[in-house]
Design a protein around this ligand. Structure first.
Ligand code: PGA
Length: 232
């Protein structure tokens, strides 16, 4: 309608996004707020468990999250890929090795996200189905801090590819070529089915689907192979 075209909606918008989504969606807010100056945006960043709690308590208008629970009556729209990759410090012995069997990682120190993280849940499920028990676990409650601990040589980690785009491009971290990786997850735009979306929420949903560009994610193993090919 005319109001939407002119961007004269008024109101507020409460968004809740995953820790892994903060590398892409917040960038879209600049353009959205410029196009809709009457809308005030409040954005919360949390892990899977945080978002599920907020959803159950109806605290936000829109959620960008992984797989929502089936028992809640939700609208769940497919939004983007969220591949999880295995990262190592440059110089790790497994860098450049093709199709590493998951069992080979049992002896490696691992850095895991906090309980409540979807990244951690997915990682644990994958290794459990492979019959691999991860050892020497260090728990770190932030993607940013995990990247630093991996780069510092404390261990390996599974992280959303969205969180390590720059580090992989700069060679500060290296993606290992492990069988079964990347672990494929999806992000969804979620809200309670019974909830009538405000004009602000409708406008943001529209903005999200028209302006979101799929990230140029690293090709599995490409960096590892390049690192190996580099003369020493
Ligand atoms: P999280 O986000 O690890 O911060 O919970 C990712 C996810 O749920 O996929």
């Amino acid at each position: 309608d005319l109001a939407a075209l002119q961007g004269v909606e008024k109101g507020s918008l409460r968004l809740a996004i995953l820790t892994t989504v903060k590398y892409t969606v917040p960038k879209l807010l600049g353009g959205f707020c410029a196009a809709h100056p009457g809308i005030d945006v409040a954005m919360v960043v949390g892990n899977r468990e945080n978002l599920l709690q907020r959803l159950a308590a109806n605290q936000d208008d829109l959620y960008i999250m992984g797989q929502p629970p089936e028992q809640l009556d939700l609208v769940c729209e497919d939004f983007a890929d969220n591949p999880l990759v295995l990262v190592a410090p440059p110089g790790h012995p497994l860098v450049g090795m093709a199709a590493v069997p998951p069992g080979r990682l049992a002896s490696e120190p691992f850095i895991l996200r906090e309980p409540g993280s979807g990244t951690r849940l997915t990682t644990e499920r994958f290794f459990a189905t492979q019959g691999v028990a991860l050892k020497n676990r260090l728990e770190v409650g932030s993607n940013e801090a995990i990247k630093q601990t991996v780069a510092g040589g404390l261990g390996l980690a599974v992280l959303s590819a969205h969180t390590v785009v720059s580090e992989l491009a700069l060679g500060e971290l290296v993606q290992l070529d492990v069988q079964g990786f990347p672990l494929i997850r999806r992000w969804h735009l979620v809200y309670p089915r019974g909830k009538r979306l405000s004009a602000a929420a409708v406008a943001f949903r529209e903005w999200l689907f028209t302006h979101h560009q799929p990230a140029a994610l690293p090709e599995p193993g490409a960096r590892a192979r390049r690192a190996q090919a580099r003369p020493t």
